[in-house]
Design a protein around this ligand. Structure first.
Ligand code: NAI
Length: 328
């Protein structure tokens, strides 16, 4: 049998962590033939809670779970990491400006990037979930110069899945009938869920909808503001759906996308589609043999161009801010 894969999860005692760890340990992250060893990172005050979760993981008797270690030190937690799920982040508190938020998160993602640089396995793959995810990924990447840049990704899969669910509901089909949706840009309210290349049962989804007003006034804002809708209803932010999206993101990265479909991932831009090289922006990607590739050659209409540019502008502003703060 295969040697266990080291999966490091930060923010392990948080609500996403609680929804995520059991699914990783059950084999849903990497596949049913891959044993995993969990390495949990928390801040000292939350280590005890993480230990409690570890007791429950033990009680599940998952055949694929070959060990759990808990750390409050990033260097140790990322030692030997094959898959890093960076979930823990500093939330925005009342009155906090965007610059303050980026600075506070720099204090988390800089040392974690350094720890990944120092200890990660050669095949390391990193997914940043903690917000602002795209720019946090950029910070971690900047401090891991020995790791290939493309290994740092940010999560827009929850947005992708939300868009698929909304579109399927509108068209009265199952989500499995929806293909080739794209989230462009930042994981924020400026993100652009694009249905112009999407297909439903083999036909163009935008044509099947045939309702630009719905697209502009309902679909796009609902997907982009779904996080707030969940908070309003649940009294807490999305957790199980975020964990599910993290599972999907890594599973597809490792195991490949289906023929005739693609997924959305926040990845370092190579300049495709006029997105400035280097920023971590969401693109349509296919994956194969543990590598992803941007889907090239899509025609971008004027409406989409404006939406993509606006979100990319926000990302370049965030990058400029963290540069000014000396975080990258
Ligand atoms: P939470 O507050 O329940 O848990 C966060 C955990 O991270 C806490 O246990 C905290 O102690 C820990 N933590 C803080 N600093 C840390 C550090 N330096 N090292 C290790 N652990 C640390 O938050 P929740 O709901 O689990 O969300 C986590 C993050 O995911 C948030 O930033 C949230 O905004 C983001 N998120 C991202 C989504 C996406 O689509 N990209 C979707 C939903 C949430």
């Amino acid at each position: 049998t295969q040697a266990p894969v080291n999966v490091t999860v930060t923010g392990a005692a948080g609500q996403i962590g609680y929804a995520l760890l059991f699914r990783i340990a059950s084999g849903q992250l990497l596949g049913q033939d891959t044993p995993v060893r969990l390495r949990l990172l928390e801040i000292p005050q939350a280590v005890k809670a993480a230990e409690g979760t570890a007791l429950e993981l033990e009680d599940c008797a998952f055949p694929l779970l070959s060990g759990i270690d808990i750390f409050d030190d990033a260097k140790k937690a990322f030692d030997g990491v094959n898959v890093g799920l960076l979930v823990g982040a500093r939330p925005r508190s009342k009155g906090m400006e965007r610059g303050d938020l980026l600075e506070a998160n720099g204090g988390i993602f800089k040392p974690q990037g350094e720890a990944i640089n120092a200890g990660a396995a050669d095949d390391v793959k990193v997914l940043v979930v903690g917000n602002p995810a795209n720019t946090n990924a950029l910070i971690a990447q900047a401090h891991a110069p020995d790791v290939p840049k493309e290994r740092f990704t940010a999560m827009t899969r929850l947005d992708h899945n939300r868009a698929a669910a909304q579109l399927a509901a509108k068209l009265g089909v199952g989500v499995a009938d929806i293909r080739k949706l794209t989230i462009w840009g930042n994981h924020s309210a400026t993100q652009y869920p694009d249905i112009f290349h999407a297909e439903v049962g083999g036909k163009n989804a935008a044509e099947a909808v045939g309702d630009q007003k719905w697209l502009e006034d309902e679909f796009i804002p609902r997907v982009a503001k779904r996080g707030a809708e969940i908070i309003e209803a649940r009294g807490a932010s999305s957790a199980a759906s975020a964990a599910n999206a993290a599972i999907d993101h890594v599973y597809d990265w490792v195991n490949g996308t289906a023929e005739g479909d693609w997924v959305s991932m926040g990845i370092p831009s190579d300049g495709s589609y006029g997105v400035p090289e280097g920023i971590i922006s969401s693109f349509p990607v296919t994956t194969k043999n543990g590598k992803y590739e941007i889907v090239e050659g899509l025609e971008i209409n004027e409406f989409s161009r404006g939406k993509i540019d606006a979100s990319v502008q926000e990302l370049t502003d965030e990058r400029d801010t963290v540069k000014q703060l000396g975080l990258i």
